[in-house]
Design a protein around this ligand. Structure first.
Ligand SMILES: Cc1cc2nc3c(=O)[nH]c(=O)nc-3n(C[C@H](O)[C@H](O)[C@H](O)COP(=O)(O)OP(=O)(O)OC[C@H]3O[C@@H](n4cnc5c(N)ncnc54)[C@H](O)[C@@H]3O)c2cc1C
Length: 368
């Protein structure tokens, strides 16, 4: 008999969401992370936006899990007193060529069942956000912001309440199938072995590297992970906005958007910068690009008040970072290995989708 039912590699928001769903369904769960704590990589280096789900192609996992995840995040936070605030979002068309694209995003949102979106014209945009200069906008009332650190803490708490645990400073080294179970080697101060019925790879930027250490997993099922950095700049002056302000998406990202904070300041980002290494330093040379993009919808912005803030990196698995690629959640029917679930390419909207990914994985055949 295996030591535990499930071992999850990676304690980001997604690994924790998956671990929590399985722990709640009665499985014994251990999550391992190479870092001293949970959520120290992509899950703490993002926009913390609760996406509504209008950007993603029909029936894609991103469309389904984002729309469902949006609902679940609000419910989860509401029940636990965690901040999740539907401050709403405006997606802006600032010129005629963007108007067509705006309508396409709106139609896609309708297909994806995003609730209560509306197209609004410049007079209503001015009423909602007087500093914005735009011709047309999508108003999405279910978009919002969340306190993802508190959500992760609560998810871990639930896993622990069900008898599960997070093993910190515990890098996954390798796994092979022995006697119908996974025998898993974990590093750290001492190397240990643990057996599990199900092994779940949720290692974000390292998902490709981790998958290569699973014996028997054919290389053709392991995508090459490319790194698309997103830099953020903080606005040091007052920013007169109360909603999320987004341009039309471009170049593999959702555009350099504005997230207001409670103190009346704002953060801008992320952009998309292809990088070769995981290096979280902000590329300050992007300031001019930021200023240009922001000016297209907020002409009064003072670019001298833009100060480098932080950066995160998206794990992209497409042929290039600009093309749409869906989340990949593979099990035995995809890669022919029993008791193995691989999560690849969990970039945006991974945070929003995390609880829905948990629900989805908990239903997968490999866990029967
Ligand atoms: C710039 C940017 C902005 C974003 N904005 C949003 C947003 O506003 N809304 C939204 O919904 N999504 C957003 N996302 C996407 C979201 O942040 C990610 O989809 C989500 O955080 C992915 O979580 P994860 O658990 O898969 O990965 P991670 O948080 O990276 O977790 C993976 C974990 O695996 C661990 N690990 C790796 N290798 C090993 C190993 N060998 N052994 C043990 N542990 C290992 C790592 O230490 C890490 O803790 C954004 C992403 C970026 C980069």
């Amino acid at each position: 008999m295996a030591d535990i039912d499930v071992l999850v590699i990676g304690a980001g928001m997604v690994g924790l969401g998956v671990g929590r769903a399985l722990a709640n369904s009665g499985k014994s769960v251990i999550i391992v992370d190479k870092n001293p704590s949970f959520g120290e990589e992509t899950s703490s280096r993002n926009s913390e936006v609760i996406h509504a789900g209008m950007y993603y192609p029909t029936n894609s996992l991103k469309a389904q899990l984002c729309v469902r995840g949006n609902e679940l995040i609000y419910e989860y936070c509401d029940a636990r007193g965690i901040m999740a605030n539907p401050i709403s979002k405006l997606i802006l068309a600032t010129n005629d060529t963007e108007i067509d694209r705006l309508h396409k995003i709106f139609e896609q949102g309708q297909i994806n069942n995003v609730p209560n979106m509306r197209i609004i014209e410049s007079a209503e945009i001015k009423k909602l956000e007087p500093a914005i200069d735009a011709k047309l906008a999508i108003y999405a009332p279910t978009s919002g912001i969340m306190d993802s650190h508190s959500i992760m803490l609560a998810l871990l708490g639930e896993i622990e309440d069900n008898g599960g645990a997070l093993a910190r400073n515990s890098p996954f080294l390798g796994a092979k199938r022995e006697n119908g179970e996974w025998m898993i080697e974990i590093g750290g101060e001492e190397t240990t072995k643990i057996s599990a019925n199900t092994l779940i790879l949720s290692a974000g930027l390292w998902s490709g590297a981790v998958a290569k250490n699973v014996e028997g997993l054919e290389e053709k099922f392991i995508p090459q992970v490319k790194y698309a950095k997103g830099n953020y700049f903080r606005y040091m002056g007052k920013a007169p906005f109360s909603r999320l302000i987004y341009p039309i998406p471009n170049h593999g990202g959702l555009g350099i958007h504005l997230t207001p904070d409670a103190a009346g300041h704002a953060r801008f980002g992320p952009d998309v910068e292809v990088v070769e290494e995981i290096d979280y330093r902000v590329n300050e040379s992007r300031r001019e690009l930021f200023a240009q993009s922001i000016k297209s919808y907020w002409p009064q912005v003072d670019e001298n008040l833009l100060s480098p803030d932080y950066a995160g990196i998206r794990p992209k698995i497409g042929k290039d970072v600009e093309s749409f690629t869906d989340f990949q959640i593979l099990d035995e029917k995809d890669h022919y290995l029993k008791g193995l679930i691989c999560l690849f390419g969990i970039d945006s909207p991974g945070l929003t989708s995390s609880l829905a990914i948990g629900e989805y994985v908990a239903k997968m055949g490999a866990l029967a």
